[in-house]
Design a protein around this ligand. Structure first.
Ligand SMILES: C[S@@+](CC[C@H](N)C(=O)[O-])C[C@H]1O[C@@H](n2cnc3c(N)ncnc32)[C@H](O)[C@@H]1O
Length: 498
């Protein structure tokens, strides 16, 4: 049977209300920037292209079903979004991947439906996928299968961007730049300038951009690294170092020096995590390091050799479950239980470098799990889970929606959906998961104190799931009102007169 004529592939294209996941991710990751061009290979109804154009991007697309006459041309970024999974013929699938790759000047973004979505689709088997009720074909990929297939077909090493989404970079230096940026922390706001200074005020925006760079990287940038900002500042200062000296002056030398020490320490940890993880792809030679990373290495470690040897120590330690367990129990961030450490996603960059590398290894398998709220580090097995609690901030006791668990020994990924569970896990003591400056942390802590006083948190095993927790509240005569507990008042029984 010539199934291509029978299977209406074009019907798989949906009318998108938002940017698709791979495009949104590429933007968030800086892989698709405002000055890069995009080609959407198999663009369906063209929702991504139209949205990007409206945002000012140079974006075009082609689709054999919806816009067959559009020109296929090269671009910096090529998106092959949810196309390969609708092609029933494995040879054509591979050809499509190769054709899209041939057009990608910098990076190809490949997305396909993950295997856990197969549970939600019924159909009859066809080749290595299924024919759905609508008569279209779908192949669902495990994360490892998709990664290996891309690597074999394109003879490269792709990078997991997220579950079901991979980046294939043309130049290894671009891949390294992306990987280094992924391990970089997002700095807390630095101290504000205290003294007024005319020169600072005139260049406030550029000075703040310079301060932000220093807070992120723990060093003064090379002019090329902040090109526009640098060219304006260098019109007023002999060097960026001198501009930074003025920043120190207006901020107050004590605050500035404290912030700089903190930033350097954090940047060192970022770099170690990157270099440890880079070993899995084969660490680049010193001469092949992206320029910014080479400068980080020189400023923070003196030499590449010194940095790599520290990163190697970390790598050896993550193979040692005892060392991981120790790092979990030592952690001053997160909630420690008998078998795991739980940390809010916003606190990840504050963790011990060993745990960051451990998590980085898991992320090599899964990519970024955008919906993740809490990361669970197993103390017993080499497993990291990305847990999603969509209502974490608002709900006093958030309910677990989904979990994506990376098994670092088996190199596999397992997805569990709790959304239709009748008794899903719930969280208590929310303040324990988050960093000290997390919005609402005091409110979370006040609730915990109230609940402790009311004896609601004893025997935590039974209250760990929704039913047990609701039962506990009822038994003790309480209900929740936002982040407070209140007594359930039963109306007095009416008096009966005989
Ligand atoms: C699920 S849709 C995805 C569309 C779009 N990328 C998106 O994310 O909204 C799959 C699309 O792949 C297109 N397609 C099918 N075979 C193709 C091929 N060999 N090359 C390129 N696109 C193909 C179909 O016409 C369909 O529009």
């Amino acid at each position: 049977m010539d199934s291509a004529q029978v299977i209406p592939r074009h019907q798989t294209a949906i009318a998108r209300q938002h940017l698709s996941k791979p495009i949104a991710l590429a933007m968030a990751d800086g892989v698709l920037s405002a000055n890069s061009t995009l080609f959407d290979y198999g663009c369906g109804r063209g929702g991504d292209v139209a949205r990007l154009q409206a945002m000012g991007y140079t974006a075009h697309g082609w689709d054999p079903g919806h816009s067959p006459n559009a020109e296929r041309h090269a671009a910096d970024v090529v998106n092959l979004g949810y196309v390969i999974n609708v092609i029933e013929d494995p040879t054509e699938r591979a050809q499509t991947l190769a054709s899209a790759w041939a057009l990608a000047r910098q990076v190809l973004v490949v997305a396909a439906r993950p295997d856990w979505e197969a549970r939600t689709v019924t159909g009859r088997r066809h080749g290595d996928g299924i024919i759905t009720k609508r008569g279209t074909f779908q192949k669902f990929y495990s994360q490892a299968e998709l990664r290996d297939w891309i690597n074999v077909q394109l003879r490269t090493d792709c990078i997991a961007a997220a579950p079901g989404v991979f980046y294939v970079f043309r130049q290894d230096s671009d891949a390294q730049t992306f990987l280094a940026s992924r391990t970089r922390h997002r700095p807390a706001p630095a101290s504000r300038p205290r003294r007024r200074q005319a020169l600072y005020d005139v260049h406030r925006e550029d000075m703040d951009a310079l301060a932000a760079f220093i807070a992120r990287r723990g060093r003064v940038p090379d002019p090329e690294e902040i090109a526009g900002t640098a060219s304006r500042l260098l019109g007023a200062f002999p060097s960026l170092k001198q501009a930074a000296a003025l920043l120190r002056d207006v901020t107050g030398s004590q605050d500035w020096d404290r912030d700089l020490t903190r930033a350097r320490h954090q940047a060192e940890r970022d770099l170690l995590a990157y270099l440890a993880l880079a070993a899995f792809r084969g660490r680049p030679k010193a001469s092949d390091l992206p320029k910014g990373v080479a400068l980080d290495v020189r400023t923070l470690f003196g030499s590449y050799r010194a940095a790599c040897s520290q990163a190697d120590e970390l790598l050896h330690a993550i193979a040692d479950q005892k060392a991981l367990n120790n790092a979990c129990s030592r952690s001053d961030i997160g909630k420690l239980t008998a078998d795991a450490l739980y940390v809010h996603a916003t606190a990840i960059q504050l963790l011990d470098p060993l745990l960051r590398v451990y998590e980085g290894c898991a992320r090599t398998l899964t990519g970024t799990v955008t919906e993740c709220t809490i990361i669970k580090f197993s103390r017993i097995m080499a497993k990291v889970s990305y847990l999603s609690y969509p209502n974490f901030d608002k709900a006093p006791h958030p309910v677990l929606a989904t979990s994506l668990r990376a098994d670092l020994r088996k190199l596999s990924v397992k997805y569990t959906d709790f959304r239709s569970s009748t008794n899903p896990p719930v969280l208590h003591r929310k303040e324990a998961f988050v960093p000290l400056d997390y919005p609402g942390r005091d409110k979370f802590a006040r609730l915990t104190k109230q609940e402790e006083r009311a004896g609601l948190l004893q025997e935590p095993v039974t209250i760990g799931t929704q039913t047990g927790w609701e039962q506990r509240l009822q038994e003790r005569g309480y209900r929740l009102a936002g982040h407070r507990i209140v007594r359930i008042t039963t109306a007095p029984a009416p008096e009966v007169f005989q």
